[in-house]
Design a binder for this molecule. Structure first.
Ligand code: NAD
Length: 178
């Protein structure tokens, strides 16, 4: 029975090459990784364009294309709650037991540290380009976003017309002139 389990939480809007690298690195340290899809309730906004289901699809296909065995990970959608002070209990309720938390996010680090978890801060890879904000900006402005994400994620985005979605959401309201 595998006992050395770690948690990584991310909004993954969308899943990008930085997420993939941090997942691979984490799996060098733990037997199983729990990947929490953060802010699972959010979608269809410029900051959070994709549904939790779409993000799960991006992640599952990426991990499979990278030969990461499905017996080594769990993907769990995590809806946000208003009370940061009890968020760790909320996450614990929804996930298999874990000992270590891997996160570059200061709030996530702080909340788990206060609860007594072993918190690891993974190295960031090319953070200027490998960030959801940068990728979404490039999608809106016809920039090169495809080189920053795994091919399997591009395929999912194409299938769901994700670029059209985010471009449409970014439009300013135009009032009709008579
Ligand atoms: P994110 O997708 O930006 O990043 C997730 C993780 O991926 C990071 O911690 C980092 O370790 C890794 N990463 C990202 N870019 C990388 C790169 N270029 N190179 C290497 N690693 C990289 O997501 P996030 O903002 O950290 O997600 C935290 C989630 O937790 C959010 O959804 C937030 O709402 C949720 N949260 C909720 C509550 C609450 O409900 N009260 C409280 C705290 C956090």
């Amino acid at each position: 029975m595998k006992e050395n389990r770690g948690l990584l939480v991310g909004r993954m809007q969308p899943v990008h090459n930085g997420h993939l690298q941090v997942i691979k690195k984490t799996l060098e340290d733990v037997d199983e990784i729990i990947i929490g899809i953060g802010s699972a309730q959010l979608s269809h906004s410029i900051k959070d364009p994709f549904t939790a289901g779409e993000r799960i699809m991006m992640l599952t296909k990426t991990l499979s294309d990278n030969n990461i065995d499905s017996s080594n990970y769990y993907i769990i959608p995590l809806v946000d709650i208003l009370m940061n002070a009890v968020w760790v209990s909320h996450v614990r309720m929804l996930t298999p037991p874990f000992k270590k938390v891997f996160s570059g996010n200061p709030l996530v680090q702080q909340l788990f540290k206060e609860d007594g978890y072993d918190v690891v801060i993974p190295p960031l890879f090319n953070r200027t380009e490998l960030s959801g904000t940068e990728i979404r900006k490039r999608m809106i402005n016809n920039g090169d976003w495809k080189s920053l994400i795994p091919k399997s994620v591009s395929k999912v985005i194409k299938k769901i017309n994700g670029v059209e979605r985010i471009k449409h959401l970014s439009k300013k309201e135009i009032s009709e002139k008579h």
